[in-house]
Design a protein around this ligand. Structure first.
Ligand SMILES: NC(=O)c1ccc[n+]([C@@H]2O[C@H](COP(=O)([O-])OP(=O)(O)OC[C@H]3O[C@@H](n4cnc5c(N)ncnc54)[C@H](O)[C@@H]3O)[C@@H](O)[C@H]2O)c1
Length: 346
């Protein structure tokens, strides 16, 4: 989508992963929808370094960001306590782009979403995204076009090659980083499962430690029972190096077909990363449809839609709000299931 309006100035707060998000604006997204105007981190040395790297002023003080005549804040701070920081931004008249996971506290999440509605301000993130990401929309379109019936089961996995040591950060703390590998890299899949299979009524987590130097686990399996009986099984491992990291592979079974994303390499040899199998008239499996999306969009930062929503002063996107809140409810239940070893009902 092209953005006819002038780039929206924004301040970036939290500059560790935040630096990557800023680099991706030019490399991965190649967008002029937004333009960096200020950077902020509590760590003065980091803020100075990133300010110099990107050629913008820097500060260690969030209040200075809120007082600046800059309409947008991009918040790349850790998840626990994010709602309170988003709330401060909204009250200062800013719209907010942020990152996953949205929060660890569902009451704080519900409150800040209500505040955004009341103030007419926009919150967006990479996961969940406002609206339905193109890959998820493709699955929904196939569901209708091919008469797939209802979704009954989903299996998904996220992997990456991590060799980490304890550093006292939130990544080491099961309260701020519950069921760590699921919270860290499978949160995209949790949002995808909610978007495709609906609200969740039961959550169960199993975790293990293979090689991490952190006190938190590096492998996890999450099962979700959705309200209509559909089931999701989501695996996350920080112990896999196979060249396909963070590809967020997914299989979804409908009553009358099976769709996949990112299976068989990324992209698969024919370039497709979405695929639909149905039964041919004789009963044999057939490839009914394929699609190629680059990058596979669920989990990406859609700066252009975010800027368009601000220019048009759209209300808070309710698909985003519903999925974000349901995602945090699942996170709370994951934390309890991790502590107790038991399934948790929502
Ligand atoms: N692909 C992705 O989208 C992706 C990848 C990695 C991390 N993340 C997310 O980014 C977020 C940050 O992760 P991280 O690894 O950078 O965490 P981190 O703890 O390493 O860094 C957070 C930074 O925010 C700063 N900060 C915290 N509160 C602040 C405040 N009130 N004012 C100013 N600065 C503040 C800290 O000083 C620190 O430098 C997390 O939610 C994480 O899940 C997203």
């Amino acid at each position: 989508m092209s953005t006819p309006s002038a780039p929206l100035p924004f301040a970036a707060v939290g500059l560790r992963f935040g630096r990557n998000a800023l680099l991706w604006l030019k490399s991965r997204y190649q967008t002029r929808a937004v333009e960096l105007a200020l950077v902020c981190d509590r760590d003065a040395e980091l803020a100075r370094k990133i300010g110099e790297e990107f050629g913008v002023p820097w500060t260690t003080d969030l209040d200075a960001v809120l007082a600046a005549p800059i309409p947008v804040v991009a918040l790349f701070t850790p998840p626990a306590g994010r709602a309170a920081l988003v709330s401060r931004c909204l009250r200062a008249g800013k719209d907010v782009m942020t990152t996953k996971p949205f929060e660890t506290d569902s009451a704080a999440t519900a409150a800040v979403l209500a505040e955004a509605r009341q103030l007419g301000r926009i919150i967006a993130s990479n996961s969940p995204q406002p609206g339905l990401a193109p890959d998820l929309r493709q699955f929904k379109d196939w569901q209708t076009a091919f008469g797939l019936g209802r979704p009954v089961a989903l299996r998904a996995d996220a992997t990456g090659p991590y060799f980490e040591q304890a550093d006292g950060s939130w990544y080491d703390d099961p309260k701020r980083c519950p069921a760590a590998p699921l919270f860290r890299i499978a949160i995209y899949l949790i949002h995808d499962a909610i978007s495709l299979l609906g609200p969740v009524e039961q959550v169960f987590v199993t975790t293990s430690r293979i090689r991490t130097g952190r006190p938190t686990p590096d492998q996890g399996v999450l099962t979700l029972r959705h309200r209509d009986g559909a089931l999701s099984a989501i695996t996350a491992s920080l112990c896999v190096k196979d060249g396909q990291s963070w590809r967020n592979a997914l299989v979804i079974n409908y009553e009358n077909g099976t769709a996949t994303r990112n299976l068989g390499g990324d992209p698969a040899p024919d370039g497709a990363n979405l695929r639909l199998i149905t039964a041919a008239p004789g009963g044999a499996p057939q490839i009914a449809a394929t699609a190629r999306l680059h990058p596979v969009w669920s989990g990406e930062y859609d700066w252009e839609s975010f800027a368009a929503a601000i220019h048009e002063r759209r209300p808070l996107d309710e698909t985003f709000a519903t999925t974000a809140l349901e995602g945090v409810r699942v996170i709370e239940a994951m934390a309890l299931s991790e502590q107790t070893g038991q399934p948790v009902s929502l």
